[in-house]
Write a protein that binds this ligand. Structure first.
Ligand SMILES: Nc1ncnc2c1ncn2[C@@H]1O[C@H](COP(=O)(O)OP(=O)(O)OP(=O)(O)O)[C@@H](O)[C@H]1O
Ligand SMILES: [Mg+2]
Length: 201
């Protein structure tokens, strides 16, 4: 499976989301943008300006959309576009999707760092005004992604570390699971939960 995480908006959460999913699913992680991924995900993560098409991979695409990026987008199973509820982030998410929709038709917008229902509603409204049936899922403001990236752990691994972390993640986790389900499809999602020893609640 190949997953792309992309938006031209800087700081929207591409690297945090790409790492979480790659580590969770045991996929390679390739990025054309500097970050800590090689240090925290040794042997599996690689930063390189020359990205290649491989299998079992998450791509974390920073910067502008080059011809090389488009070639990879064409062969991805899903394109994840993180978007914060601010005008700049939404404008860039829309531009990114507009530019890429010729090459892929399976987009998932993650309304990220949401603080209330309004954040999700506004991202949904603004994106769906432009792309009527695009899927938008929320991912609340959380420390889980930052903690995961710092310790090189996926969200499921973080919550299994301690009762305190599990408690801190109690509202984040259902949203994160919905994202995994949307990425994997129902069957593979159920397999993943079994494999990770995570309940479906
Ligand atoms: N849902 C979230 N809740 C809270 N903080 C978040 C969330 N998602 C990402 N962050 C934090 O926001 C910051 C920016 O995220 P990240 O580096 O992943 O963005 P990016 O899109 O990769 O940025 P860049 O374009 O600079 O590569 C990080 O500190 C990250 O931990
Ligand atoms: Mg990044």
């Amino acid at each position: 499976m190949r997953i792309a995480v992309i938006t031209t908006d800087g700081g929207a959460g591409k690297t945090a989301i790409a790492f979480a999913i790659a580590k969770e699913l045991g996929l390679y992680l390739l990025s054309n943008d500097d970050s800590v991924i090689e240090a925290v995900y040794p042997d599996m993560a690689r930063i390189t300006k020359e990205l290649h098409i491989i299998d079992d991979v998450v791509y974390d695409f920073g910067g502008f959309i080059s011809a090389g990026v488009i070639d990879i987008i064409k062969v991805c199973d899903i394109v994840i576009v993180p978007c914060i509820n601010d005008l700049n982030s939404k404008m860039k998410a829309i531009k990114t999707i507009d530019e890429l929709k010729k090459y892929n038709d399976n987009f998932l917008v993650i309304a990220t760092r949401t603080e209330d229902k309004r954040d999700l509603r506004e991202v949904k409204e603004d994106l769906q005004k432009k792309f009527a049936d695009i899927k938008v899922l929320p991912l609340r403001k959380t420390k889980m992604l930052k903690i995961g990236l710092e310790y090189g752990m996926s969200p499921f691994e973080v919550v299994q570390e301690s009762k305190q972390l599990a408690y801190a993640a109690r509202n984040f986790l259902p949203e994160y699971k919905e994202i995994l389900k949307a990425v994997l499809g129902d069957e593979m999602y159920v397999e993943l939960l079994k494999e990770k020893g995570v309940g479906d609640a």
